[in-house]
Design a binder for this molecule. Sequence first.
Ligand code: SF4
Length: 505
Amino acid sequence: MISVKTVSLGASFCIKKAYLSLMIDTAPSSHTPYDQPPGSQEIHDLLAYLTPFVTYSILREKSLNESIDEAWNSLRDYVEQFGNLTNEKYRKHRATLLEFLSAYAALLKWLQHNKGLDAENIYIYTERMLVNMPQSSFLGTHDEFLPVIGVPDVVIVRADGNYGVVVDWKTVPERGNAAHYFQLALYRHLLQKVMKEVDAFLIYVTKSGMRKVVSLTRPLQSLPNAQTEYREVNEYIEKAKIVPSLLYGLTFCQSFLKTAVNIGKQYGIQAFNPRKGHRPCQYCGHREFCQYRFAKSTELTKEERKLRSTFFKLYKIALKKKSEEFKNLVDFNNCVRFNRLIFESPTVAKLEVALPRGEPFSEEVMRYSLGKTTVYIFSLNDPLNKNINSKVFYSPMLFGRYEDDEVNLVPRGAEQMLEVRVRMVSPMFAVRWLPLYLLYNLKPNAKIFGNILVCPGKVPMNIELKAVATIENAIVKYERGVSREGKWALEMIKNIVLTVADEYD
Ligand code: SF4
């Protein structure tokens, strides 16, 4: 599973950089492959929390200036408790948040007028996970080999399920705009699997005071609070679809680079040569590792050759395991159905299903037993999961820890209710589940909180792979004199790896 941002980097910039980003770069979530400018993550997280409330306020004709503080006051306690952000951070970023949201409000008004969105007929999701699986094995035939996972900043879905909007916030327009266009083109491509019509927009606010809405699907007339621009991205998708195959080839086949470069050329996908010392390699943080990883064997010392081939074997082991896990990221064969999801608190979702009155813990009840496991929660009433049965594209509402040792059977009229709890355990992912809780507070009776499907699954993290790659990167930098830190530990790990190499030979 490759993040949409990594694919966008490969399609727009350098396939080697996308590979190295996939392997090495660390971030709190596996979907954020490269570092953001300082403060940018906090702004993104605050926007994720504020946007649902602000969206409904704007569509109800309230002023933005009041809405933003009202939104913050209504969720401040939860965010401070669960989301690693404070009132000071909100105050610090308030002016920037207001800039983003005023451009967004202008866009929203445009959508209200032109696409019929209103507060009563939309669902709004922030930080919602979109997953696209290949339809068969890598070597088998498939219509589309696009194993990607992406988390757009905002998705608005009209409740009829026929129209959607995807929006991403950007703080850095000076570099990487093409990567942003690919990213949004990919989100749109995924959302089109469940909606006929999807519009995509980028909202830029920069330190230099630029405020701009870039439309990627239709020309926009001028908006009151922002510049507008139109970019046509339809043809971006064919190029982006090649990138995952190239990245898989580079990962599983040590001498695939030449083939990747040749295939990539046909689609306009670039790879540079860091040995030439030209731009963009001059400024690339991965330059040393790139030279070593993609060098011809004759360009490496004997020890480097040995290190490289041993690490390659370690990657293959880690990746094989991960690929298997990701194929079953959601175990659709063992799902259970509930009637309703009710948030008892920001971290506890209660799931209910009505059962006929009978013996407690009868077979009927045991059908709902998933033990203590990580689960993904879908709503079959959610337009984003219209095609969930195809298991190609899906978008969980939530994931958390299922605790069915807390099963309760509560008599209710002629029936009894079976109740199970799902707990949100990771503060790191608060930005994923807290917005849904806030949406629930705004619309507890929304249809999406009914007809619930709960499936066991795995958390999509690449810890083992990134650990191996980070160590290899550190050893290479140390050996090549780029960094002198951690001498003792790196020498020791290097010797262990070289010993492992002897064992393999
Ligand atoms: S050093 Fe050059 S070729 Fe290597 S990843 Fe960076 S930009 Fe790409």
